[in-house]
Design a protein around this ligand. Sequence first.
Ligand SMILES: [Zn+2]
Length: 219
Amino acid sequence: MSKTNSWIVKPPAWMRLLFPGAIWREKTVDKRVFLTFDDGPVPGITPWVIEQLKKTEAKATFFCIGDNVRKYPGVFDNLKKEGFGIGCHGFSHKPGHKAGFKAYLKDIDKGLEYCGPVQWFRPPHGIIFPWWIPAIRKKGLNVVLWDVLSCDYDRSLLPQEVTANVLRNIRPGSIIVFHDSLKAWPNLKVALPEVLKWIKLHGYTTGFLTSINQNKRIL
Ligand SMILES: [Zn+2]
């Protein structure tokens, strides 16, 4: 059994209902899942993730930290050149409840200066107040949370437990979170190839985020 709290790995319906306007899962008619990577770009790690994805022709969206784009523009440019989806993960990765609303919005704007015009935003640390979402959507951003969190950043977990977090909860339309970060690396380097292999073996495909109309959101 995984030591991770299951409500973080797979948020229950009541929690999803508390966040109208956020995307937790995609609506799909086929066995399609949506891989996302937070906290990059990071030299060495993001290029490795790209390589793994290309091996299985997997699509994915990268929620980039503006400050990392500033530090590693070449790694970021390569992500775009390879045709991956880009989302904004703020500039400084401050958790929302500490930042205050004004500072939070300012941090998003600064992140957008580096990530470019994008339509996807994932709150740093996954923390956001539901009543903050309309102001973010007014910026033309869709707020993307998740259907399955790998918890790859949790160093108390074994890579096998991270893999299990994903494979136990994956389903059509799942938005799955990994991290292309130093913290996640020991787990990511084992779990990601396993998950990609499983996806292919079980007839799933991967896609880019598409939920523009959030009125038809799916739990
Ligand atoms: Zn993050």
